[in-house]
Structure formats: structure tokens, C-alpha cells
Design a protein around this ligand. Structure first.
Ligand code: SAM
Length: 451
């Protein structure tokens, strides 16, 4: 049977990457094979992100490009899934009636059935649900890019109501996956040779708050994953400062497989802005949390999300954000210009900040952070670190790439047989985004001859 070709473009966060891996796994069962070439594809699927306005704009211009390809290729089908349809629903088919399939973030497990319906139907097929349909994510076939490191979802949705954020509208309320289901999925990964898992969720540290009775929390989950044989490293993303308990800090410090790396968004440095954002913590509270984390895990690498130009942000308040970056000295940051999102509270707030002001604040922070990030990497030079080898480097396929426990990318020369193993790498050069190194020779001692 001739295989049909599937091209999938994934936008946005790791959650979308995780969903795409499942979509590909399922569609391979329907005799689709993956291609990078849209021109060749029978089905082009856009897995969309809606978190910022730019993501929406990018999506509609990509859709316009696909329309032109489709005009030349009558056998090509276009599908749209992910966060934009979940939020915008019928709007996609209104704006782009040439789209053949639309489904939401909670319909991923139904993709096989939906694609079959689409192939047999004369008109477009659309399915968008608001409720988590099942929890057999782990049982779905999946095609992952890596054979070394894997994403594992620990929850759907988000219960927070940040005034700027569209996520609760695109992924629904928080539903934690049962712990036995998550552990089964990870045991399966360990048996398949995976060495690292990244536990995924909008607020992973709120894991379990929706269980009735509320019996377990994220620290319990980490402890259980830590006990799985074969898994060598555990990461997780994203955490919310409000849910980051001392119990969780202690778990990070005591569990040997939990890596010394944490993404903890603070968003803004001024208390008034944090309140308008509905984040639920103060700048002093956030600093206290960072101090306690650093005390428990001294070598931890910290990253964060920051928004500049939130409605009403004064110059003085922006400087408080700048001061937070100077005080914490993050290893790296994700910086965003505030953008209005539909059905959120912030667009209705007074004193919206002009784009030019946002951009000036953005550029100033990025330049400062580049200096901080480089300074954070320089001490790695001359030292040897354990690196989990992930595969050939994307930039130079003659080299291997991997990560330290602190999540720094390391490129070095070595044999492909090292992929999937933990090796010591001596760092020879620290750049802004990655480190260069060479395999360190592990000292082995000759056996002592006893005569
Ligand atoms: N759930 C996480 C949290 O609340 O910390 C992350 C949510 S979001 C997927 C990732 C980041 O996008 C946020 O932390 C925030 O910095 C940024 N973001 C979300 N909405 C935004 C908006 N309307 N404008 C600019 N940045 C935004």
C-alpha cells in the first residue's frame, strides 16, 4: 500500500510538541509517513499556539501560504489543531473555508478517527471538546524525535486566572493525570531505553490539588519517578511560584535524579503589577523562595519568564523588573512584550503601553540578560560535567550534543555509540547559548598485582 505523506508544523510550548508526538504516532497507524516537505504532503497539520498575538498572526500567514499550495495540489488536505481552534472555534473555518479538519487540544486521542472522517467527507470536519476525554495518553502510540529524553504530561489545563493569559481558555481547567498512569508511561519509557523524562504541565507544582481527597502532591510524584530503574534524570516545567512548597524544595534537594535546573516564571518585579496580573505573590515573596531554593540546591540553574509593558507599567515599575533580573542572575530568560489576548482581563485595563516603549524596555533587558547569561556560563570553562548525550549536534552533525544536569547544551566530538549514555565532558569554551567541550578521560587504575 502506498503511504500518504504527513507534514506537521508545531508552534509554541512543549505541551504542543508532546501532542504532536502523539498525533504522528497515531497517524502512522493510518498509513501516513512523515515528511518535512509541505509540497509533497497529502495532509498538512498545523499544531497552533495562541499564547501571544504574534503566534496568532504567524498562524494565519502560514495558512495563507498553504492555501496557495493547495490551489496547485487538489489532493492536499489541511488540518488545524492545538490552542487556536480550542479558543477561536468556528472562526478558523469562517476565515479559511479551505481548511479540511479542525480539532482542539483535548481531541488529540481522536485524531485517527477524525482524519478518516475527513477523508470520506465532502466538507470540513471539526471537533472541539471542553472536557478531558480520557486519560490513556500513555497508551497511545507515539513517535518521538529523541530516543534518549521524553516529555511526559502530568496534567491537562490550568486553574490559575492570570489576567494576561489565554491558557485556561485553550487548555481548560487543571486535571491531574493519575499517578499510576504517569508511572506506567515512564516505566515503559525506561524499558525502551529512555534516560531522561521532563514532566510537563502548566503548573506542575500544583499537581494533585484537583484530586479528591487530596492525597498526593508533586513532591510525591517526583519521589515515585525517582525510584524508576533506568531513568537517570528528571526535569519538570512549568512551575508557579505560588505552588512551590518547602516540601518540594526538600524533594529537589534529596532526590538524586532530579536535575539542578528550574524554570520559575516571575513575570514582573513590581508588586502593583503582580497584583494586576493576578499572580498571587509579591516580589519579596519570590526572592525569599529563590533564596530557600538556592540554600537547598546551591548549584541550581534558574530560568524564568518575564513580561514587559503590562498595562499601566510605569518606568519605575519596569526598573523593579530589571532589578529582579540583576538580583537573581538567571541563567537565561524568556522575555515577552505584553500582548492583548482575547477573553482575558488585561486588555480592558487602563494605560496600555505603546509598542515603542515596550520594545525599548525589551531591548534593554535582553542586552543586560545576555551579559548575565554569559557570566553564568563562563565558570563552566575548565571544569568537567556529566553530560547526557542526546544525538548529533543540529548545527554541526560531526559533533555530538547533550546537556549538563543544569540544562546547559554541550557540543563535543565523540562516537555515535555514546548517544543515550552519561559521559564526563571537559568544558573548553563557554558561549552565550552553548558550551564546547571534549570527552574527559575517566581515570582507571591498573589492577594491583598481588604476588
Ligand atoms: N503556566 C505558566 C505560568 O503561569 O507561569 C506559563 C504560561 S505561558 C504558556 C508561557 C509564558 O508566556 C508566560 O509565563 C508569560 O510570560 C508569557 N505570556 C503569556 N501570556 C502573555 C501575553 N498575553 N503577553 C505576553 N506574554 C505572555
Amino acid at each position: 500500500m502506498v503511504k500518504k505523506k504527513l507534514a506537521i508544523k508545531t508552534y509554541g510550548c512543549q505541551m504542543n510538541v508532546y501532542d504532536s508526538e502523539r498525533i504522528i504516532g497515531l497517524l502512522q497507524q493510518a498509513d501516513y509517513e512523515l515528511t518535512d516537505d509541505v509540497q509533497q504532503a497529502h495532509l498538512v497539520l498545523l499544531n497552533t499556539c495562541s499564547v501571544r498575538e504574534k503566534a496568532d498572526q504567524k498562524f494565519y500567514s502560514e495558512l495563507g501560504r498553504l492555501k496557495r499550495v493547495k490551489q496547485q495540489r487538489s489532493d492536499m488536505l489541511i488540518g488545524v489543531c492545538g490552542c487556536i481552534p480550542q479558543r477561536a472555534r468556528g472562526e478558523i473555518l469562517e476565515r479559511a473555508p479551505y481548511v479540511d479538519l479542525v480539532f482542539g487540544t483535548l481531541n488529540v486521542s481522536r485524531v485517527l478517527e477524525l482524519v478518516r472522517q475527513m477523508e470520506e467527507s465532502d466538507g470540513p470536519v471539526m471537533e472541539i471538546t471542553d472536557k478531558v476525554l480520557d486519560d490513556d495518553l500513555g497508551a497511545l502510540p507515539v513517535t518521538r524525535d529523541s530516543h534518549v529524553t521524553a516529555f511526559v504530561s502530568v496534567m491537562h489545563g490550568c486553574n490559575k486566572r492570570c489576567s494576561f493569559c489565554v491558557v485556561p481558555n485553550t487548555r481548560g481547567p487543571q486535571v491531574s493525570r493519575p499517578m499510576p498512569v504517569i508511572l506506567d508511561e515512564i516505566r515503559h519509557l525506561a524499558r525502551a531505553g529512555y534516560k531522561e523524562v521532563t514532566l510537563l504541565g502548566q503548573n506542575v507544582d500544583a499537581y494533585g490539588v484537583d484530586f479528591r481527597p487530596r492525597s498526593i502532591d508533586f513532591a510525591d510524584l517526583l519521589e515515585a519517578v525517582n525510584a524508576i530503574e533506568g531513568i537517570e534524570r528528571i526535569r519538570f516545567v512549568t512551575s508557579h511560584p505560588l505552588d512551590f512548597t518547602q516540601r518540594l524544595i526538600d524533594a529537589m534537594a534529596s532526590l538524586d535524579k532530579v536535575c539542578e535546573s528550574l524554570h520559575l516564571p516571575f513575570q514582573a518585579g513590581a508588586d502593583r503589577i503582580l497584583k494586576l496580573m493576578r499572580r498571587g505573590y509579591t516580589a519579596a515573596g519570590y526572592r525569599d523562595l529563590i533564596s530557600r531554593i538556592r540554600e537547598a540546591v546551591p548549584d541550581i540553574a534558574l530560568t524564568t519568564d518575564v513580561i514587559v509593558g503590562f498595562p499601566g507599567e510605569t518606568e519605575a515599575e519596569f526598573l523593579q523588573t530589571r532589578r529582579m533580573l540583576e538580583w537573581v542572575r538567571y541563567d537565561s530568560i524568556f522575555l515577552f512584550n505584553y500582548s492583548d489576548r482575547p477573553d482575558t482581563v488585561a486588555p480592558g485595563m487602563p494605560d496600555q503601553i505603546p509598542h515603542a516603549v515596550k520594545q525599548r524596555r525589551f531591548d534593554g533587558l535582553i542586552n543586560m540578560q545576555k551579559r548575565i547569561s554569559l557570566a553564568a556560563n563562563l565558570p563552566y570553562e575548565g571544569q568537567t560535567f556529566e553530560v547526557l548525550v542526546e544525538g548529533p549536534s543540529k548545527k554541526n552533525s560531526a559533533k555530538l550534543t547533550g546537556r549538563t544536569r543544569t540544562n546547559k547544551i554541550v557540543n563535543f566530538s565523540g562516537d555515535d555509540a555514546l548517544i543515550g549514555t552519561l559521559v564526563p565532558v571537559h568544558i573548553t569554551h563557554a558561549g552565550l547559548y552553548a558550551l564546547d567541550g571534549e570527552l574527559a578521560v575517566v581515570a582507571t587504575f591498573p589492577p594491583v598485582l598481588i604476588s
